[in-house]
Design a binder for this molecule. Structure first.
Ligand code: GFB
Length: 299
């Protein structure tokens, strides 16, 4: 999803030759395959987006894979960035890796101040190790290896798998099917948890800004705190796009996961004035993309 968003805006960066590839071409959990990719591409800069990701329910039920696959991918990519003299690495974490029992809003200094939420602790520790690995290379070799920390991402080219997807693509797919079959549109949990959502195309622009200008070792890439919304609000925005809000139902037998992970974006805001796509507009575009690309969308 984020790679596709960067691919969409690459024309705005004529100074760079962009090389994109997917996990079907190179398995980055293999050191040999990672080396052959670096040998072939000889990258100057790397935006590291490769990861085994998923929503709350995938994280809760696939902890071994979320830990081991991500640790191996990150180990190989960062190591190869060093061995192939990459000038700058921008690696991607997530705000779910911050401590769960903390004060809000969370900022870049609080990353390792306590355990993450149990629902995604395996994924969170794998991503925390990516920060530690980049830090180790900075200290030992002066490597220009940085990490950016987006909040929940959504947009076109998402993964719409009904069980493994993040909340927005999962609900877009569920509302699409519910309307088609004339049945209730069921949202999981209470709808009370709060999230900050960043539109993938906004994140793509901020990633490129980070490549060109960011000097901080870790940087939160998020909408401001006052744009935090409830899961119920998101479900209603999606249902309205399908003219199906009257059929919205809640299944509170499912977990709510972490109640909130409110992120402070003031470090980013101190460097860059950025107009984020409002959530209602982003959801309208995401629903339109899914309906148009239903046949080929990942699901
Ligand atoms: O995006 P999401 O799955 O993950 O959102 P997290 C979960 C919230 O949406 C919970 C509610 O409060 C769920 O109860 N929800 C309601 C649903 N209906 C659904 C549904 O059909 N599917 C899903 N998935 N949720 C993830 C981390 O946490 O955040 C990942 O586990 C990653 O590792 C991601 O960091 C950004 O926001 O809770």
């Amino acid at each position: 999803m984020v790679g596709s968003a960067i691919n969409k805006i690459k024309g705005d960066y004529p100074a760079y030759r962009f090389v994109f590839f997917s996990s079907s071409e190179y398995d980055l959990s293999s050191l040999e395959e990672t080396k052959s990719l670096f040998r072939e591409v000889q990258p100057t800069m790397v935006i590291h987006l490769a990861a085994c990701v998923g929503g709350l329910f995938k994280n809760m039920h696939n902890k071994v894979e979320m830990l081991e696959k991500n640790v191996m991918i990150n180990f190989n990519v960062v190591r190869c960035c060093h061995e192939f003299d990459v000038e700058k690495l921008v690696a991607c974490l997530s705000t779910c890796i911050f401590p769960d029992n903390t004060t809000y809003p969370i900022n870049e200094t609080m990353l390792h101040d306590g355990p993450p939420h149990t629902s995604n602790d395996a994924y969170a520790y794998a991503k925390r190790m990516l920060d530690i690995q980049c830090q180790a290379y900075r200290e030992n070799y002066g490597s220009n290896f940085q990490c950016v920390i987006p909040t929940n991402i959504y947009g076109a080219h998402d993964n719409y798998h009904l069980e493994d997807a993040h909340v927005i693509p999962a609900l877009i797919h569920k509302c699409y099917l519910a309307k088609k079959d004339g049945i209730p549109f069921v949202m999981r949990g209470s709808g009370k948890p709060l999230r900050q959502f960043i539109y993938a195309e906004d994140l793509a622009k901020l990633m490129m800004w980070s490549v060109e200008h960011n000097t901080d070792p870790i940087l939160i890439l998020s909408v401001p705190e006052d744009q935090e919304v409830s899961i119920e609000h998101v479900a209603r925005l999606i249902a309205r796009e399908f003219d199906y809000e009257h059929q919205l139902a809640f299944d509170e037998s499912f977990s709510d996961g972490q109640f909130k992970k409110t992120a402070d974006n003031s470090l980013l805001a101190s460097k860059l004035k950025f107009d984020f796509v409002p959530i209602a507009d982003g959801i309208k575009r995401s629903v339109a993309w899914f309906v148009e690309n239903y046949a080929t969308a990942r699901k």
